[in-house]
Design a protein around this ligand. Structure first.
Ligand code: PQQ
Length: 253
């Protein structure tokens, strides 16, 4: 076996540098959202579009697991699906996200229908699912490693939303609190798996490229929101129009 150019530590540092330079915590839309600068409709647009990501993540993980021949790897991975879809004792991330939708005044059935999701959001998220279906398992696991950087943005988001928006409370933000508990185990496993399996220069390069691809998937979703809903707003055909999908008065009371 050829020796990799970089040790585990050196390769991990390379992956973390990709996050430092390209993760979506750097995007102006997130700065606006967390800093209290979003209008209620901009927050709603974010909730609607981000739901499409949430609803696709378990399908992505099921696509991954369908390709894994090693029972031990499937066993380590399957809690990701349960974290989002729920179990008998855990309502799951998708339900929690819909609670956030209600808190910002949206009809959860509308949000769950995925109507009004921006075309560019669909393209970006679908590309991630397809990537995981088609690329090597190493590239698929490496792409999930943006989650290395997610706990910091979730903590910042909880703090920023609570400070700046009337809708924000512990129930509305329970999705992010749950992720703070769930993500570290996934990320520790995924990182170790990538470090162990990227055992040649070529594999390290492929894993780094997969992580860059994933940062692009996340960035493109925020670019889509910025273009459609931040002045000069340009909502593309099919995109949510403010006023649509709101909770009915009866439901809200
Ligand atoms: O709010 C965020 O910024 C953020 C980012 C990411 C990410 O980095 O992909 C995920 C999540 N949240 C998240 O909640 C989540 O469940 C999740 C799963 C995955 C994945 O690729 O498997 N990423 C993310």
């Amino acid at each position: 076996m050829t020796e990799p150019a970089a040790s585990h530590a050196g390769f991990e540092a390379r992956l973390r540098r990709i996050g430092a330079e390209r993760y979506h915590d750097l995007h102006p839309f997130h700065h606006r959202l967390h800093g209290g600068g979003c209008t209620p409709d901009q927050v709603r647009a974010w909730v609607i579009n981000r739901y499409y990501y949430q609803h696709s993540i378990p399908m992505k993980d099921a696509a991954f697991m369908s390709r894994v021949e090693d029972p031990a790897l499937r066993r380590a991975w399957r809690s990701r699906i349960e974290d989002h879809d729920g179990t008998d004792t855990n309502e799951g991330g998708i339900r929690r996200w819909l609670r956030l939708a209600e808190a910002v005044g949206l009809d959860p059935d509308y949000v769950a229908s995925c109507e009004g999701v921006l075309p560019a959001t669909r393209f970006a998220v679908d590309a991630y699912v397809r990537f995981v279906r088609e690329k090597t398992l190493l590239e698929a696991v490496a792409a999930s490693l943006t989650e290395l950087f997610a706990p910091a943005i979730h903590a910042r988001r909880i703090e920023g939303l609570l400070r700046n928006y009337a809708f924000a409370n512990d129930a509305a933000l329970s999705y992010f609190r749950a992720r703070l508990n769930e993500a570290p185990k996934d990320v520790a496993f995924g990182l170790q798996w990538v470090l162990d399996h990227a055992d040649t220069d070529e594999k390290q390069d492929a894993a780094a490229k997969a992580l860059i691809f994933k940062t692009d998937v996340l960035w493109a979703q925020l670019d889509a929101l910025e273009s459609a809903y931040v002045l000069p707003a340009r909502i593309p055909p099919g995109g949510w129009v403010p006023g649509e999908g709101l909770m009915s008065r009866a439901r809200a009371s």
